[in-house]
Design a protein around this ligand. Sequence first.
Ligand SMILES: C[S@@+](CC[C@H](N)C(=O)[O-])C[C@H]1O[C@@H](n2cnc3c(N)ncnc32)[C@H](O)[C@@H]1O
Length: 196
Amino acid sequence: MLHNIPEPVRKRMNFLEKIDKEDRVDGTPRMQRLRQIPPETGKFLSIIAASAPKGRFIEIGTSAGYSTMWIALACMERGNKMKTFEILKEKIKLAKETFQQSKLEKYIDLVEGDARDYLKGEKGISFCFLDAKKEVYEDCYDLVVPNMVKGGLLVADNAINLYDTLKPMIDKTLIDRRVDALIVPIGKGELVCRKI
Ligand SMILES: C[S@@+](CC[C@H](N)C(=O)[O-])C[C@H]1O[C@@H](n2cnc3c(N)ncnc32)[C@H](O)[C@@H]1O
């Protein structure tokens, strides 16, 4: 999977990595920035998603679709689709461009809107990547966990760099008897929860 990343995917990844890097130093306003995961977190997501049990894949917080491409590599390997949710119009436009240029469209359904309006209906989730506004993490967690299959995996970004903001949500997951959870020190810190 990681040894054979298709050329159109690699090309779009390189392009978005360059924009994201520039965004962080050129004064681009926060809301306009891509704020995407680093490549090592992408590889981690590919491997974790590829190892998830049978079920649906979702992502909350698409931005320009960089992390989506890493998860979609696992979809290619497994032959399943994923659904990704994004609320901002400008990001939706970029994500559509990403999925078209990377030729990954057939593996990805992009849902335009607030993920919280849809999550109740998303049953049988075996993999979820949570990377939206930090204020909605707990709501999303509460909506996703009851819909996860046994052994399903939920990965939430920014568990270390935004630990103080996310502490109430992280503490809740660590004592939640429905999941086994821990923080993995990769990228910005990934909270990994496995449904029991
Ligand atoms: C940190 S960025 C996601 C980066 C992306 N996962 C990546 O690594 O390439 C967070 C994104 O979540 C979106 N977002 C925030 N709250 C949301 C919500 N309730 N539903 C859907 N998308 C949301 C934001 O508009 C933003 O584009």
